[in-house]
Design a protein around this ligand. Structure first.
Ligand SMILES: Cc1cc2nc3c(=O)[nH]c(=O)nc-3n(C[C@H](O)[C@H](O)[C@H](O)COP(=O)(O)O)c2cc1C
Length: 190
């Protein structure tokens, strides 16, 4: 049984010609206890912790929700290889307050990898607020080097991973959990 991380790396490679395979759904918990789900682009792994990295605007609702309750689940489907991975864990931000130098560097690296259009969206009026006048969206292209204050990274550090593979009969499902830094997989009925 290959480790979930190797399986995800292999799925990313096998699905790389399908841009939508980098989109996954992240569910948070709203203040009133109801769930909130939205699509995000997977950017990369933080290799040491196997955390999934996303970027977002610090003014967005998911960030306030994470502050109240960091427990989240992300669901990622790879259409070419018909695999689903569900990541349960805690979410935290990089760029919200003074951080470790290597994390500040990581934030810069991800910012530098964005397109001008993506970088520009971080200078738009605050997400989720009542729609602003169109002129408010005619913003300058920001520096490609130094991230805007609104730009943050979200790190989902998995505590459990549920891997489902639809290619076999019967389908194969493994529930992975981590204990003292060691991942173990338990085969489950699909
Ligand atoms: C294909 C696709 C990719 C998206 N990627 C991101 C992303 O990487 N980061 C992000 O903050 N929002 C992304 N969004 C927008 C979010 O789904 C969401 O609408 C927005 O972040 C506001 O969410 P919130 O109000 O729950 O915080 C994407 C939407 C789509 C449809």
């Amino acid at each position: 049984m290959s480790h979930w991380k190797s399986a995800v790396d292999a799925a990313i490679a096998a699905n790389s010609h399908r841009p939508e395979s980098k989109y996954l759904q992240l569910a948070t918990i709203r203040r009133d206890g109801r769930p909130a789900a939205r699509t995000l682009v997977f950017r990369r792994f933080q290799e040491a912790t196997h955390s999934l990295i996303f970027c977002t605007d610090k003014r967005s609702e998911k960030v306030a929700e994470m502050d109240d309750n960091p427990n989240v689940e992300a669901c990622w489907y790879f259409p070419e290889t018909r695999q689903q991975f569900r990541f349960m864990g805690k979410l935290r931000g990089i760029g919200l307050r003074e951080g470790f130098p290597e994390e500040t560097d990581l934030r810069r690296v991800v910012w530098r990898g964005l397109t001008d259009d993506s970088r520009r969206s971080f200078a738009w009026p605050a997400p989720g607020e009542e729609a602003a006048a169109l002129e408010a969206f005619n913003v300058e292209i920001p520096s490609p080097v130094e991230p805007l204050d609104t730009f943050i990274l979200l790190l989902l550090e998995p505590e459990e991973v549920d891997a489902l593979d639809l290619r076999t009969h019967p389908h194969r499902r493994v529930r992975w959990s981590i204990n003292n830094g060691i991942w173990t997989g338990s085969p489950r009925n699909p």
